[in-house]
Design a protein around this ligand. Structure first.
Ligand SMILES: Cc1ncc(COP(=O)(O)O)c(C=O)c1O
Length: 386
């Protein structure tokens, strides 16, 4: 009998981490690798945030904070919603968490009873399935494709809905596709989920990283949804492990109780550092970076299409392109391995993002500079031609 809990059989590894380890090994052996597999900004945390963290450390801010987070940080987040998105949010509804990963864990633990199902898009962020498994819920993956911009729609939700369905989880912009849910579709999704008696959870971790359009928040339409967010991606703070959630008021007490028990508090130093994340100085740096990501997308998207990858929907957010590779290979896992070993380009195979045509897709992350992206494209061109 295995001493490891049975649920662990349903928790798959994050393959990209294996791939990254293999890429690092090849680099250590002297090979040059272009990294297009990494799901975090290549930019370091903006200097004013680091300076604020250093000041907090020097001042001895090394103790727990309240489980919901520093009141000043929750107020700053609320102010940000108002100033940037014109959406008033009561700071009492905000809970600061260890990354959005912590927020997802809290929300799903508070909402999902054993056996209840959660609908999510396939392809989608792989860890979500596992968070649902962790609370003995049932992740229900709904295949999505270019016709719906790789996102769930009200119709898809309605037809996938089961008697045991409790919640629908949307990520906009999405990982791995970089596509968004439009405002009107988000409203339809909200109405449908509400009519069916469930709860809508919207992961807005890539909020701020949108191109050619104004970003938004689903909180604009509805107060009875859960919104997940993070300092990781737009703010460039992945390693600080800091995120937040906005919940309807009646859920705040159970979320707070659970946060007290499993986290005690989000990292104190990170919270003090994040107090400076909304300053005009930092927002100016972040805007420059957003523009850099947009320039990279505008380079990589046509370049990959020209190489024969199919990207039917232009992604308007995050830093990913989810590309059909059927013209090049019918086995994306082997293609990713060969690209790494033979061409020195690391990309993520579709396998990481679900069961819907993973063998026909690769995820390219433009989290490296234009020069390297351009070199990566040339290497892939030579690999395909060989
Ligand atoms: C869609 C999505 N949600 C959540 C996360 C978790 O991020 P973090 O815990 O760093 O906030 C990620 C990370 O890649 C993601 O892509």
């Amino acid at each position: 009998m295995s001493l490891v809990a049975e649920r662990m059989q349903r928790i798959a590894p994050f393959y990209v981490m294996d791939l990254l380890a293999q890429a690092r090994k090849l680099e250590a052996e002297g090979h040059s690798i272009i990294h297009m597999e990494i799901g975090e900004p290549d930019f370091d945390t903006p200097a004013p945030i680091i300076a604020a963290g250093q000041r907090a450390l020097a001042e001895g801010q090394t103790h727990y904070t309240p489980a919901r987070g520093l009141p000043a940080l929750r107020q700053s987040i609320a102010d940000f919603y108002l100033e940037r998105y014109g959406t008033p949010v009561d700071p009492e509804r905000i809970i600061v968490t260890p990354g959005s990963s912590g927020a997802l864990q809290l929300v799903l633990s508070v909402l999902i009873n054993p056996g209840e199902s959660v609908l999510m898009a396939d392809p989608g962020y792989p860890c979500n399935r596992h968070f649902v498994e962790l609370v003995d819920g049932k992740p229900l993956s709904v295949p999505v494709g270019p016709e719906s911009g790789y996102q769930l729609t009200a119709e898809l939700v309605e037809s996938a809905w089961q008697p045991d369905t409790k919640a629908v989880l949307i990520a906009s912009p999405s990982n791995p596709t970089g596509t968004l849910v439009s405002d009107s579709e988000m409203q339809r999704l909200h109405e449908t989920v509400k009519r069916l008696g469930g709860i809508l959870i919207v992961d807005e971790i890539y909020q701020g990283l949108v191109y050619g359009m104004a970003g938004g928040t689903a909180l604009r339409f509805a107060g009875d949804i859960f919104v997940i967010n993070s300092f990781s991606k737009f703010f460039g703070m992945t390693g600080w492990r800091l995120g937040w959630l906005v919940a309807p008021q009646p859920f705040i007490d159970p979320l707070d109780r659970l946060a007290q028990n499993i986290f005690l508090s989000a990292p104190t130093l990170s919270q003090f550092a994040a107090l400076s994340a909304f300053s005009p100085e930092v927002l100016a740096i972040l805007e420059e970076r957003r523009q850099a990501f947009e320039t990279r997308r505008d380079f990589l998207l046509p370049a990959l299409r020209e190489l024969g990858f199919s990207i039917p929907v232009t992604p308007q957010g995050a830093f990913y392109l989810y590309a059909g590779c059927e013209k090049i290979s019918d086995d994306s896992r082997t293609l990713a391995k060969d690209l790494l070993e033979q061409a020195g380009v690391a990309v993520t195979p579709g396998l990481d993002f679900g069961a819907h045509q993973p063998e026909a897709h690769l995820r390219f992350a433009y989290t490296t500079d234009l020069e390297k992206l351009s070199e990566g494209v040339e290497r892939i061109r030579r690999f395909i031609a060989a």
